[in-house]
Design a binder for this molecule. Structure first.
Ligand SMILES: Cc1cc2nc3c(=O)[nH]c(=O)nc-3n(C[C@H](O)[C@H](O)[C@H](O)COP(=O)(O)O)c2cc1C
Length: 259
């Protein structure tokens, strides 16, 4: 394989983007970052794509761990796609710095707006707008593919300056609190004790105790447990009872269980 794409994904947006990019580039394999971290096989691809969601206007912790674990790949071409709900802010600039600390150069950083899975702030929005975002993402990937294939240098995309100042400060203040934010999760009476929440959790943060999920404070806030619950029994605080659940329509539970 000439290329390899590594993704991190809670609700499938980043997995879908990884697959679309692999198909547009050709001769490119797709791998889940948490799976790679388990056995850390050698990476012989010339071109390495990294696809992940924006969390609290920054890079998610599991993606940071993946970058920290990479071997010396300074002679490879790196590009990144940050999927997000419309506010990429400083994420790709932060990501470029994380790579540079490892002696790696980010040659392209692409902002890909998708439906938001951050349910504490509401549902993913109308289906028509979701479709528009999928189409725009697909068009973007198709347009960028020739340049990525030729290992071109492209911009590291970012949000407006005010967002980068204000939201990066919020990111820094909240980052260390994320693992314990799971204290707001609970399961309502619709819980059937099926255990899917525990199986989809990439952080292995959930066990089933006395027929109900229990969160153990090593949460990554991906919301996979809540979004993939087949009976919509998992809630976060009081408001999520009212909001529509989301996962990418072309990504299934089986795909996410491979994460
Ligand atoms: C904890 C959390 C924080 C998020 N923060 C942001 C954010 O700061 N900016 C943004 O545009 N979207 C944000 N989102 C939305 C996701 O980045 C977006 O829906 C992404 O495409 C989800 O990718 P996935 O389906 O691969 O998990 C956040 C989502 C979660 C779960």
């Amino acid at each position: 394989m000439k290329g390899a794409i590594f993704y991190y994904s809670g609700t499938g947006n980043s997995l879908w983007v990884a697959r679309q990019a692999a198909s547009a580039l050709g001769e490119t394999s797709v791998h889940a970052m948490p799976q790679w971290l388990l056995s850390r096989p050698p990476i012989d691809a010339e071109s390495i794509g990294l696809v992940f969601p924006v969390y609290i206007w920054g890079v998610p912790a599991p993606v940071m761990r993946f970058i920290a674990a990479l071997p010396d790949l300074h002679d490879r071409y790196f590009f990144a796609c940050a999927t997000n709900g419309g506010q990429v802010s400083n994420t790709l600039v932060q990501f470029e710095k994380l790579l540079s600390v490892r002696g790696l150069k980010l040659s392209a950083g692409v902002d890909i707006p998708m439906p938001s899975n951050y349910i504490p702030w509401g549902g993913p929005g109308p289906k028509q707008i979701q479709q528009q975002r999928f189409q725009a993402a697909q068009a973007r990937i198709t347009a960028l593919a020739p340049g990525l294939k030729q290992h071109q240098t492209m911009p590291i995309e970012k949000g407006p300056l005010w967002q980068r100042i204000v939201f990066s400060a919020i990111n820094r203040l909240s980052f260390n609190q994320v693992p314990k934010m799971d204290s707001k999760f609970w399961a309502d009476d619709k819980c059937t004790n099926c255990g899917i929440c525990a199986r989809v959790c990439p952080a292995k943060n959930i066990t089933i105790e006395s027929g109900k999920p229990l969160w153990h404070h090593t949460c990554e806030q991906c919301f996979a447990c809540l979004q993939w619950c087949p009976t919509e029994a998992i809630q976060y605080g009081k408001r999520t009872v009212r909001f529509e659940r989301y996962h990418h329509p072309e990504v299934g539970l089986k795909d996410v269980l491979k994460n």
